[in-house]
Design a protein around this ligand. Structure first.
Ligand code: MD3
Ligand code: FE
Length: 218
C-alpha cells in the first residue's frame, strides 16, 4: 500500500544474470542502453553487405538471412562452412565491427568470467516469422577456449540449448529484444538452435528478429 507510488519507478523484470549452464549466462536487457547507438551502425553494415540466403554444402538455401561484419565473416557454400575476410557478394572486406558492439561484447564476456574477449567476427542473422535454426554446433572457429557472445534484437524467440551430443535433451530459453548471451568453456560446443519465430510486430524492427553472434574466429 505505502509503496504504490514508488512502484512507478520499478524497473520491472529483474535484470539479474541467469546462468542456464555452468558457463552459459543470459544477461536480460544488457544491450538495451546501446540499442539506439547500435541500430544505425547495423543499418550501415547491411547497406554495405546485404542479408543473403547462403547455400548449405548440401545445396539447400538457408531460410535465415545472413551477413557479417568484422575482419572475418562466416560463409557457407557448396564447398562447406568457413570464415572468410571477404564478402563473396562484393569480393570486398566485410564492414568493420562497430565499436559500440565490440565494447558491448567485451563487457558482457567479462561479466561472465571471460576477461579480454576481442571478437574478430560478427555474424548477423535475420529471422522472419516461421524461420527456424536447426540444432547445430558452432565449430568453425580456431580456438574453442574463446567464448561466444550473442545479442538478440527485435521479435522474441525461443532458443534451444542442448547438450554435447545431438540427441541430448534440450532446454528452452526465451530471448527478448536487448538480451545478451555468453557461452564458453565446457558449454562452448553444446548443440543449440532456434524454434520457428512467431509472427509479431516489434516497435523498432517490425516483423524481424536480428541476432548478432560475436566470435573470435581466427
Ligand atoms: C550456445 N545463432 O548463428 S545465438 C548461430 O539466435 C546461432 O541466431 C542463434 O546459433 C541465433 O550459430 C543462437 C546464441 C548461441 C551461439 C552459439 C552457441 C548460443 C550457443 C554455442 C554453444 C552453445
Ligand atoms: Fe550457432
Amino acid at each position: 500500500m505505502m509503496q504504490t507510488e514508488l512502484d512507478l519507478f520499478d524497473p520491472g523484470a529483474p535484470l539479474q544474470p541467469q546462468w542456464v549452464a555452468a558457463q552459459a549466462v543470459v544477461l536480460p536487457g544488457f544491450a538495451l542502453p546501446q540499442v539506439e547507438a547500435l541500430l544505425p551502425e547495423l543499418r550501415k553494415v547491411v547497406a554495405a553487405a546485404p542479408f543473403r540466403h547462403m547455400l548449405t554444402p548440401g545445396g539447400q538455401k538457408m531460410v535465415v538471412g545472413l551477413t557479417n561484419c568484422g575482419e572475418l565473416g562466416w560463409v557457407s557454400d557448396h564447398r562447406g562452412y568457413r570464415y572468410s575476410p571477404f564478402d563473396p557478394l562484393s569480393n570486398q572486406p566485410w564492414p568493420a565491427l562497430p565499436e559500440v558492439l565490440l565494447d558491448l561484447a567485451g563487457r558482457a564476456a567479462a561479466l561472465a568470467g571471460f576477461a579480454g574477449f576481442r571478437p574478430d567476427a560478427c555474424l548477423v542473422n535475420c529471422y522472419r516469422p516461421g524461420n527456424r535454426l536447426s540444432l547445430h554446433q558452432d565449430r568453425d572457429e580456431q580456438d574453442f577456449s574463446q567464448p561466444i557472445v550473442s545479442v538478440s534484437l527485435g521479435l522474441p524467440a525461443v532458443f534451444l540449448l542442448g547438450g554435447q551430443v545431438r540427441n541430448a535433451p534440450t532446454q528452452r530459453i526465451g530471448l527478448r529484444h536487448g538480451d545478451v548471451l555468453v557461452w564458453g568453456g565446457e558449454d562452448r560446443l553444446r548443440f543449440h538452435g532456434v524454434l520457428p519465430l512467431k509472427p509479431g510486430a516489434h516497435p523498432l524492427l517490425g516483423n524481424l528478429r536480428i541476432n548478432l553472434t560475436l566470435r573470435k574466429a581466427g
